[in-house]
Design a protein around this ligand. Structure first.
Ligand code: UDX
Length: 447
């Protein structure tokens, strides 16, 4: 009989995973503790912006005309336990308030709530990003709580999806990593990820700690690449070099690679910043903090980029105070093709300038609702051209395609001064300069 899948937690990760599992042909039951989310998902609506996800969901959510009916949602733990053979835990692990460590309370409570109802052979699969050692601890907790005892097993299967590409990354992963303690767990996961999802994707089987560490070390490596190129941008600034050309040139070396070498205002979002901090905190607990001291520097280079953007804006306005100056900010989300503003470098820069007296107007194609909720005191406009109207300086802080396609000439007609600062090194300098703008990007020559 075909396996039945449940997915606990329906954020970016869980909603996408649930829809992808239904796409593979499984019967899927998703659970969340937030009633509004369950209601929306049950109507085939996605509570966030993620390209392609709503279409995939509507294709499978039961009750939607023409759907396969393979995907349903509930808030009932007993129903989930009764329904599934394999239970994916996809709840989030945010940074603890005022600490580096991550907050495991959602994972702990999800695993405990589920375990209490698990009577027969079941596999609980952790997907959340957790401090190494968590799987070990959770396996012991399951054994304590589950009426099914040793028949209920745990596996760890980290997820590497990127926001904005969540559907594609889930259906066509670079690799599948599973931390298991038994052949049965490995076999079940091989069955779940049988073609087409794993077609050509390497399937890496490890122990628990390695599986947990693969995720945190991958994110640390990516963060390191970005901060490395941002450090090079700073040196380029000082020496008169061009970091974009430098990145292109070093990227030709396959050992380095071209990706994640775009200099600018740095990384943000719900993953990279909190993951490197939680990794440092966990290494400290394990007595291995010396091994990760470099991540402190990666974090501080990253945070410094935001301050440098503010300073570039100040210089562009004559070097004095921001008081009375109008600053247009293009972009609010932490990256394009997402409405996520968690730890967004763009909003951080906008907020700093606002606090220093600047009159900031933000526009973002998809992040306006979330940005308004988080920073209600900033000014907002309904389009790029409205944000730029009357601006003394324009800051390009999230590289949406819409911004690359802007017409610098029309914007120049409404701006008070034609000065653009490209915080993402993503616009075409020649295009803007030809239209009479002074174009400035981080780590690149002024003209
Ligand atoms: C990241 C990992 O890529 C993903 O594998 C993991 O599962 C979750 O964390 P995500 O947070 O969606 O994914 O964003 P990502 O595309 O990695 O970008 C993170 C940040 O780095 C963004 O703010 C982006 O603007 C910035 N970035 C990325 C750069 O500043 N320069 C680059 O060259 C690349």
């Amino acid at each position: 009989m075909a396996l039945k899948i449940t997915v606990i937690g329906t954020g970016y990760l869980g909603a996408t995973h649930a829809a992808a599992m239904a796409e593979l042909g499984f019967e899927v039951l998703g659970l969340d503790v937030v009633p509004e989310k369950i209601e929306m998902l049950g109507r085939g609506q996605v509570p966030m912006f993620e390209p392609g996800l709503e279409e995939l969901l509507r294709k499978h959510v039961a009750g939607i005309e023409g759907s396969t009916g393979r995907l349903r949602f509930t808030m009932d733990w007993a129903e989930v336990a009764e329904f599934g053979d394999v239970h994916f835990v996809c709840v989030n692990t945010p940074q603890k308030h005022g600490e580096y460590a991550c907050d495991m309370s959602y994972v702990d409570s999800a695993v405990e709530s589920l375990a209490k109802h698990l009577r027969g052979p079941n596999l609980v699969v952790g997907k959340s990003t957790v401090p190494v050692g968590s799987a070990d601890r959770l396996a012991a907790r399951i054994l304590e709580l589950a009426p099914g005892g040793g028949e209920v097993e745990l596996a760890w299967n980290p997820e590497f999806l990127r926001e904005g590409f969540a559907v594609d990354d889930t259906l066509h992963p670079d690799r599948i990593v599973v931390g298991v303690r038994s052949e049965r767990a490995e076999e079940l996961l091989r069955e779940v990820y049988a073609t087409p999802i794993a077609d050509g994707s390497p399937f890496v089987v490890t122990d628990f700690p390695t599986a947990e560490l693969v995720k945190t070390s991958a994110n640390s490596f990516l963060a390191t690449k970005i901060s490395f190129i941002n450090a090079m941008a700073e040196v380029c600034e000082a020496a008169g070099g061009d970091v974009a050309r430098l990145a292109e040139a070093i990227g030709h070396d396959d050992r380095i690679g071209k990706k994640f070498l775009r200099a600018g205002i740095g990384f943000g979002g719900g993953c990279l910043p909190k993951d490197i901090r939680a990794f440092m905190a966990r290494a400290g607990e394990l007595g291995a903090d010396q091994a990760l001291t470099f991540l402190r520097e990666i974090d501080s280079i990253n945070m410094r980029q935001r301050g440098q953007m503010v300073e570039l804006a100040r210089q562009a306005l004559g070097g004095g105070s921001f008081l009375g100056k109008r600053v247009a900010v293009l972009g609010a989300t932490f990256k394009p093709d997402s409405d996520d503003v968690r730890d967004s470098p763009a909003l951080n820069v906008a907020g700093q300038i606002h606090l220093q007296g600047g009159q900031v107007t933000v526009y973002d194609p998809k992040g306006m609702g979330n940005a308004r909720r988080l920073f209600p005191t900033l000014g907002y406009a309904d389009s790029a051209i409205e944000a730029v109207r009357g601006a003394d300086v324009v800051l390009h802080l999230t590289e949406w395609r819409e911004f690359r396609e802007l017409d610098p000439k029309s914007l120049g007609e409404v701006a008070a001064a034609r000065v653009i600062l490209d915080g993402r090194n993503a616009l075409d300098p020649e295009l803007w300069r030809k239209a009479g703008w002074s174009y400035r990007a981080m780590g690149r020559p002024t003209a």
